[in-house]
Ligand binder design. Sequence first.
Ligand SMILES: Cc1ncc(CO)c(N)n1
Length: 225
Amino acid sequence: MDPVEKNGVIDRWVKKHLVLYTGATRHPFILSIRDGTIDFSSFKRWLGQDYIFVREFVPFAASVLLKASKNSDDNSDMEVILSGLASLSDEISWFKQEAAKWDVPLSDVVVHKSNQNYCRFLESLMLPAVEYSVVFTALWAIETVYQESFSHCLEDGSKTPPELLEACKRWGSEGFGEFCRSLKKIVNRCLEKAPDEELKKAEVTFLHVLELEIEFWDMSHGGPK
Ligand SMILES: Cc1ncc(CO)c(N)n1
């Protein structure tokens, strides 16, 4: 393993903020999928809300792509982000299919407050003035929380209901894990070179993503509406 990856900024931050990080990646909602006790009405609520989130996430990812084309000193960044965007197209189709299967009408989902806050945060990051390393930190964190959460539901010994396996595999699969590792390498490289003030901003952004992810899971968790 290369030394940058082993001792990179990201690993330091994850260690430093482990309680919050674990709060986002081992949330009761995810644990209830893993132990098979999940209430399907919670899953349906998550499905409808996440479809809305993902639609907002597309322009955010596109804004990161735009920044990569202007600011990045490594040509391969763009290819990594582009592959992420391509899978988002597939993901939107999946949400539509899945929603039809579960009878979740996507056309009249009422956007929940926590989701709205999260989408507003994404919008604030799309502004041209927000640094590449800062938005890339957010991109990495957003994807990684899902990767760490859903892969946990696929580990040996988990009792994930068969109906939810496909959802877990979308983000929990080895392929998505590889994508997240590519993102992490890019963030670490950007942060190595970032001035202190920018580094501080990126760390605050990381923490903010973790908080918003926890609120998103909180919103999804619980019994029927
Ligand atoms: C809330 C949320 N966070 C992260 C992801 C991963 O793309 C997602 N689909 N939704």
